[in-house]
Design a binder for this molecule. Structure first.
Ligand code: URA
Length: 435
């Protein structure tokens, strides 16, 4: 291999590095033979001059090769997962996963922890007392065979380089390169040994990718990486200008997911969860139409099968499944601050980014991987865009356990709302399908 400094220079000058370069570079980095500052320089060079699509695939493949892959081949059922690029109030994994598993799909959901706004799926689930997300390979196999759904933390063995690289990217302003995002997500997901993957690529203020064109590019890139590795991938582009559902914050989101599984969820969250689950079923069963998959997903939600599946999975992972019907068993905040409407009108905007930042400031999210999060805190909206509100009526409530940042969070939340005299046009949540 060229010396690392030569690779950095080539990348700085806009050259495309080869598959072989990435394989050697990434394995040397995994062994600690490439320093963090050299890797940071290479990432920044790539961000400034752009990584090509071939390089994104090469990086994914190199990261995959450095880690272990799940082998679920003994389970003769389709394996399909979903992944969201991360949104505010996004608890779809807690609803779509159980629906797809209730349909007979095996969903091996391995996730990393969330950075930014609010926690990731693991953080949300860990607000359930007792629930374990560190799962041994043997337990993983058993639970996947028995329940068809496992929520597991990314171990040090699966895509170990991504863990290191993600922390480095977070500290060096190199998170938002499409090629780096695509290879990071796909190296983790392809290690699950999947047949299919449904991506929910968020677009708008509360997402990693604010613009639709870039989101579409990211979706296409991940689909092409999947195709080159024999995994069918479909991507939904979905709006993330307004938070999804009413709750933002870890335990609050578990509560809302439980309500949705009991047929009392908000329409935007339920609609998207059904669509994601339907696409998981569709990708898993090649002779199905998407319409019949959608009908089945709806049926499994309505008849309580998905709730029964989620309950069994929580119990299998040591969690207190009674939280799903008795929300007092979840971590509770100690303080509440209510935000009211300054005047009568229609809600024309609830800026997801501001609400996410406010929740994070209260302790629901983390800025670096070492930060602790507070599962109890967050924001609960009382209205959605398009609703009419009267002066003095409740817009939302902030829940906290520590008063330190409350005033700053209140300011952000107040600024997140916009009112208009006339009702805004209804927004589309699912913007596009890329396949
Ligand atoms: N999610 C990931 O897993 N990786 C990224 O780089 C961005 C979002």
């Amino acid at each position: 291999m060229d010396r690392i400094v030569d690779l950095i220079r080539s990348k700085r000058d806009g050259e495309e590095l080869s598959f072989e370069d990435y394989e050697r570079l990434i394995s040397a980095y995994a062994r600690g033979e490439v320093t963090e500052y050299q890797m940071a320089a290479l990432l920044m060079a790539g961000c400034c001059t752009e990584f090509t699509d071939n390089e994104a695939t090469a990086l994914t493949s190199a990261m995959l090769k450095c880690g272990e892959r799940l082998d679920l081949s003994a389970i003769e059922r389709p394996k399909v997962d979903k992944h969201s690029t991360g949104g505010v109030g996004d608890k779809v994994s807690l609803i779509a996963g159980p629906i797809a598993a209730a349909a007979g799909i095996v969903v091996p959901m391995v996730s990393g922890r969330g950075l930014g706004h609010t926690g990731g799926t693991l953080d949300k689930l860990e607000s359930i007392p007792g629930l374990r997300t560190t799962i041994t390979p043997v337990q993983f196999q058993q639970q996947a065979a028995e329940h068809g759904l496992v929520y597991a933390a990314q171990s040090n063995e699966i895509a170990p380089v991504d863990k290191k690289l993600y922390a480095l990217r977070n500290a060096t302003a190199t998170v938002d390169s499409l090629a780096l995002i695509a290879s990071s997500i796909m190296s983790k997901k392809l290690a699950e040994g999947l047949n299919g993957l449904v991506l929910d690529v968020k677009v708008g203020r509360g997402s990693l990718i604010p613009g639709r064109r870039e989101a579409r590019r990211l979706a296409q890139l991940m689909i092409s990486i999947g195709r080159r590795m024999d995994v069918s991938v479909q991507a939904l582009l979905t709006d993330m200008n307004e938070p999804l559902g009413f709750t933002i914050g870890n335990a609050l989101e578990v509560m809302e997911a439980a309500q949705a599984l009991q047929n009392q969820g908000p329409p935007d969250l339920v609609g998207l969860s059904i669509e994601v689950a339907a696409r998981m079923i569709y990708l898993g069963e090649s002779n199905r139409s998407i319409e019949s998959a959608r009908d089945q997903a709806q049926e499994l939600l309505t008849d309580g099968s998905a709730l029964a599946k989620f309950t069994a999975v929580i119990a299998a992972q040591g969690g207190d499944a009674e939280v799903l019907t008795d929300f007092q068993r979840l971590p509770n905040a100690t303080g509440e601050q209510i935000i009211t409407s300054p005047r009568t009108g229609f809600i024309s905007r609830i800026n997801a980014d501001d609400i996410g930042q406010a929740a994070s400031m209260l302790g629901a999210g983390r800025d670096s991987m070492d930060d602790d999060i507070d599962h109890a805190v967050g924001v609960v909206l009382q209205c959605k865009v398009g609703d009419q509100v009267a002066e003095g009526s409740r817009l939302c409530a902030l829940y906290y356990t520590d008063e330190t940042n409350v005033q700053e969070a209140v300011q952000l939340v107040e600024d997140a709302f916009r009112l208009s005299a006339s009702q805004p046009e209804p927004r589309e949540l699912a913007l596009d399908l890329v396949q």
